[in-house]
Design a protein around this ligand. Structure first.
Ligand SMILES: [Zn+2]
Length: 110
């Protein structure tokens, strides 16, 4: 698993929006940071956002990059730092996957 996948899996879009100062309404709408938005026209889903005003859309990394004027690489590391997405998660994961695979094989041999 890459850091990109780890962050996207760990940090829902509305959580990042809230943390980074976007006001969200109860039905998950926010004022779009990508155009001059007087009424909330950006819909925040857990794994992506979409703006009905300007058509901007993307994942939590795109949102963070847009808010702070970062490239995706810097945005993903900001998210990892701010939300405590450990690099261990990323590094350890292949081993866990391998372990699961071996367990499955052993199950099948029974
Ligand atoms: Zn917009």
């Amino acid at each position: 698993m890459t850091i990109y996948e780890a962050v996207k899996r760990t940090v829902p879009v509305p959580d990042a929006a809230l943390r980074y100062g976007l006001e969200t309404t109860r039905n998950g709408m926010a004022r779009c940071p990508f155009h001059k938005d007087n009424n909330p026209s950006m819909k925040l889903n857990d794994d992506y956002f979409f703006c009905f005003g300007c058509g901007e859309s993307g994942d939590v990394i795109d949102l963070t990059a847009g808010l702070y004027g970062l490239n995706n690489y810097d945005a993903v590391h900001k998210l990892a730092d701010d939300f405590g997405v450990g690099y261990e998660t990323v590094i350890l994961d292949p081993a866990k996957i391998e372990q699961k695979r071996l367990e499955r094989e052993r199950e099948q041999e029974k």
